[in-house]
Design a protein around this ligand. Structure first.
Ligand code: FAD
Length: 322
């Protein structure tokens, strides 16, 4: 039995990431007997975010608010989070399977000597255990795992588990004093890629991804216009990143971001297994490629054989008119 579960909240520029609410729901689904759910909130100037999270259905919000925590630093965050885990007494820790979650969760698992299940896409309760589903072999198969002991650490893939509903109960807020840990790193500045816009690629409901077929950084412009009309984010294959058409922050795949949007539009992407590993769980896949034999068509729900520079602007015009 897990005494309590701690969800690690993620936020940026004063906005709470959707995956935080999904992780709270994952905590509920992981709780066999009304286990208390707490939230860890780390950052700087957290007042507004704490207010917003107070109706998220958790019992307690443990926060550490300090200038040193303004930007993510794994050494500082790991120490601060360990302090929160100790104070909350949590035996289950849940992260989003995001860039930060993927970096921080193994540090915490190692520190706690905990078992970890990563990249969970579904949770199922039986009479006496909780089963976690995760993709394996680059999304070609799924496995179900469970924890046999505590403590445990979980990361959940964004956009797969429904977000927790808001609650009428207000969470208790415990502010923990920041104790400056030794850190070999200093974050000098935080560089946010402009082309990703306001929508986080990992959480976007619509992703328009470009591959080597876009041919240049200017070739991404039609994709950006389509993304804007559909309220989506632009992503890329590693082929496009390696060719310096866009930044690696946009890379989707085995060594990039994992996305699960409602709609994924692959433009000039061949469909290599390493790319597919990062997008195969998308609800609806549309591929635009001028090669009818491109492997991406085997995966796509809809395929358009054609030149992306003709097809994408047509789609943009069409969507603008609806
Ligand atoms: P290509 O394979 O060159 O395909 C370009 C496609 O564009 C072709 O199908 C072509 O027909 C089409 N095209 C060209 N012009 C047009 C046009 N005008 N209109 C329409 N279609 C057009 N890749 C990833 O994406 N993500 C990863 O995380 C990743 N990790 C990797 C890890 C390892 C260890 C290794 C070895 C490789 C990894 N790769 C990854 C690379 C992967 O194997 C492929 O090389 C890469 O995905 C290819 O990118 P691409 O589809 O854009 O390019």
């Amino acid at each position: 039995m897990t005494t309590s579960i701690l969800v690690v909240a993620e936020h940026r520029d004063g906005s709470i990431k959707q995956v935080t609410y999904e992780a709270i729901e994952a905590a509920r689904q992981s709780s066999l007997d009304e286990t208390p759910i707490h939230l860890a909130l780390i950052g700087h100037e957290l007042h507004d975010i704490t207010e917003q999270l107070s109706s998220s259905g958790v019992t307690t919000i443990y926060s550490v608010d300090h200038e040193d925590c303004k930007h993510y630093n794994p050494e500082i965050y790991a120490k601060v989070l360990t302090q929160i885990i100790e104070q909350s007494g949590a035996e289950g820790i849940i992260f989003g399977h995001t860039t930060i979650g993927r970096d921080l969760s193994p540090i915490i698992s190692a520190n706690l000597d905990a078992g970890q299940i990563s990249d969970v896409t579904a949770i199922e309760q039986t009479a006496d255990q909780v089963l976690y589903t995760r993709p394996i072999y680059a999304g070609k198969a799924f496995e179900q795992k469970t924890f046999r002991s505590t403590p445990w650490v979980l990361t959940i893939r964004p956009n797969n588990i429904p977000a927790a509903e808001t609650s009428e109960n207000t969470a208790t807020h415990v502010e923990i004093e920041y104790k400056q840990p030794d850190s070999l790193r200093t974050v000098i500045k935080n560089v946010v890629q402009k082309s990703t816009g306001k929508i986080d690629l990992a959480e976007a409901k619509v992703v328009i991804a470009g591959g080597r077929g876009v041919k240049s950084s200017d070739g991404f412009k039609p994709l950006e216009e389509l993304a804007q009309v559909l309220g989506g984010a632009v992503g890329a294959s590693r082929g496009a990143c390696d060719a310096e058409y866009c930044d690696y922050a946009l890379q989707i795949g085995q060594t990039g971001k994992v996305v699960t949007p409602e709609i994924y539009i692959a433009c000039g992407i061949s469909g290599a297994i390493q790319h597919v590993a990062g997008m195969s769980q998308s609800r609806l896949i549309i591929a635009i490629n001028k090669d009818p034999e491109a492997p991406i068509f085997k995966l796509a729900d809809y395929g358009i054989v054609g030149d992306l520079f003709e097809v994408v602007p047509l789609l943009t015009e069409e969507f603008k008119s609806v």
